[in-house]
Design a binder for this molecule. Sequence first.
Ligand code: ADP
Ligand code: MG
Ligand code: MG
Length: 253
Amino acid sequence: MTKFELRGVRADVLIGAEEREEILKGVDLTINSGETHAIMGPNGSGKSTLAYAIAGHPRYEITDGEVLLDGENVLEMSVDERARAGLFLAMQYPVEVPGVSMSNFLRSSVTAVRGEAPKLRTFSKELQGSMSDLSIDPSFANRGVNEGFSGGEKKRHEILQLELLKPRMAILDETDSGLDVDALKVVSEGINRVRSNSDLGVMLITHYSRVLNHVQPDFVHVFANGQIAASGGPEMAEQLESEGYERFVKAGA
Ligand code: ADP
Ligand code: MG
Ligand code: MG
């Protein structure tokens, strides 16, 4: 049983040497293992900032509040330690790492998180199985990480990492955006496979409710102006779809 807690989290984005702007204005959220929480909100409301700040991205600084994984202070951990503790972040815009093959990258990540290198043959099998599940062509294993990948291919690769790293808590930032119907299905099935094989807690950040037709959330939170403006059950996704975010944005402005 894992408990991931955000308590009064405030964070600034560091814009230049002197300039910063407060984006997160007090975020409170608790995610237990096995729960999926959808975070929905308009563009620019601070959803990605929340993901980056939790992951320890150097451009974002948490100025107040707490981030706890089973009571342990995540903010005192290095980025590597956060991954080893079982935190996983799938970025909205995955980075390209030319010259490092996908298979080497994944094996290094798995080694870092598990604390020992998996046997090459075992790992290859595991990798091939997961790639096949995600309809990723086997030739991708030898390509540079995300190098020249389409948007959809990058998102599948994020879910491939999720499957192999088996985290306790996953933050998925717009993993559904830019996907066509078929890719959305493959990616959603991947998330569901990981959810059913483990006691994963999920923070599913999304702009659109359509992914929630495939990945059923337990809770839906509206994010506006750097805060959770409202929370409810899965039915709230449909309500947002028909009514939009305006009501919440105005209320918080
Ligand atoms: P969302 O993911 O909800 O669309 P973001 O967290 O990406 O929102 O952005 C929230 C706000 O922070 C926006 O106004 C955005 O312009 C600003 N912001 C985020 N990152 C940076 C950055 N690196 N430099 C300057 N402004 C940023
Ligand atoms: Mg956005
Ligand atoms: Mg974003």
